[in-house]
Design a protein. Structure first.
Length: 279
C-alpha cells in the first residue's frame, strides 16, 4: 500500500518527511538476471554511484546522544548517497532532537552539503523511530511505501550521470520478533515483482544468512554486498552479519567495490560502503 506525502519540512537545508509515500514513478531501466555466483565487475562511471549504508544506533553509540562522530563519518566517506536505519526523531532518549536535520546541518556546515529525508516506522520513546536517506542535491519524489502493513520502505529516485534514474531504498526489520521478520521478508520478496524500476535496497535485517529471512529473500534478491566476509554487528567485536545491500535478481546490477567500515564510536553496527551500478 502506498500513500501520498502528508508533511514535508525544509530546515537547515534538510528535507524532512515524517509521514509520506506515493506510488513509485515508472522509470525505465535495463533488465537482466544474475545471482550469487556473480563476481565484482568494472562499472562505467556514468552508470554507477557510491553508497554508504549504516544502522545508526540513534546517534547514541557513546551512550548519550552525540551525533558528531556519525556526521564526521559521513563526511569522511563522502558517498553520493547515504542510507541510515535505526534513526530517531523527537525521542526522549535523544533530547527530543532531529537526528536527520542535525547530521545534514553538521555536514553542510563543514562544506559537504547534504539533504536528508526521514520516514517513520513507528512511535517509540515519546517520538518516532525510522529510516533516512541523504544526498548532496535536493530530493524529489521520495516515497514511504508500506509493504502489507509489515515493512516500511523509504525510496527516492536517483539520477545517474548517464541520465538514467534508479531507485535507492532503505528499511529496517524488527529486531525482536522473528515471526514478524519472516512476514517482512515475504512482503519485501513480493515487492521485487511489483517494482518497475531498477532499485537498490539497504536493509538492516537483524538476522544472519542462516535464518528463515534469507531463505525467503534469496528467491528474489542478490546480496550485492556479499564480496566482503566481515560481520557488521556488534561493531566492537562483530560476530553477526545483520546489514545488507540487496538488488532484485531480475535486474542487471553489478558491484565494483564493497567494504565494511566504522567502529563502535559511530554506531553499534558497522557500515557498508559500496560502488554499485547498472551493467
Amino acid at each position: 500500500m502506498r500513500t501520498h506525502c502528508k508533511f514535508i519540512l525544509c530546515l537547515f537545508g534538510v528535507l524532512l518527511t515524517t509521514a509520506c509515500g506515493s506510488s513509485d514513478p515508472d522509470l525505465s531501466g535495463s533488465g537482466g538476471a544474475g545471482g550469487e555466483d556473480e563476481g565484482l565487475v568494472n562499472l562505467a562511471g556514468d552508470r554507477s554511484f557510491s553508497l554508504l549504508s549504516l544502522s545508526a544506533d540513534k546517534g547514541m553509540a557513546s551512550g548519550s546522544y552525540q551525533v558528531e562522530p556519525l556526521a564526521a563519518f559521513i563526511q569522511e566517506n563522502n558517498t553520493d548517497v547515504v542510507a541510515l536505519q535505526d534513526v530517531d526523531y523527537g525521542t526522549t532518549r535523544t533530547g527530543k532532537t532531529n537526528l536527520v536535520a542535525d547530521v545534514a546541518y553538521r555536514c553542510s556546515k563543514e562544506g559537504n552539503r547534504r539533504q536528508g529525508v526521514f520516514a517513520s516506522t513507528g512511535r517509540e520513546d515519546g517520538g518516532e523511530t525510522g529510516v533516512s536517506l541523504f544526498v548532496r542535491e535536493c530530493f524529489y519524489g521520495t516515497n514511504k511505501v508500506n509493504l502489507n502493513n509489515e515493512l516500511v520502505l523509504l525510496t527516492m529516485p536517483y539520477e545517474l550521470k548517464s541520465g538514467e534514474t534508479v531507485l535507492v531504498a532503505t528499511c529496517q526489520f524488527d529486531r525482536n520478533d522473528a515471526s514478524k521478520r519472516v512476514r517482512q521478508a515475504e512482503a519485501l520478496a513480493a515487492y521485487a515483482d511489483q517494482v518497475k524500476q531498477n532499485i537498490v535496497i539497504c536493509a538492516s535485517i537483524h538476522e544472519d544468512l542462516s535464518g528463515n529471512v534469507f531463505n525467503i529473500l534469496k528467491t528474489k534478491y542478490r546480496r550485492s554486498c556479499k564480496f566482503v566476509s566481515e560481520n557488521t554487528y556488534p561493531a566492537d567485536q562483530p560476530i553477526s552479519r545483520y546489514d545488507y545491500i540487496l538488488t532484485p535478481l531480475s535486474q542487471n546490477w553489478g558491484t565494483q567495490t564493497v567494504m565494511v567500515k566504522g567502529d563502535a564510536t559511530i554506531s553499534n553496527h558497522k557500515a557498508l560502503f559500496i560502488r554499485i551500478g547498472l551493467k
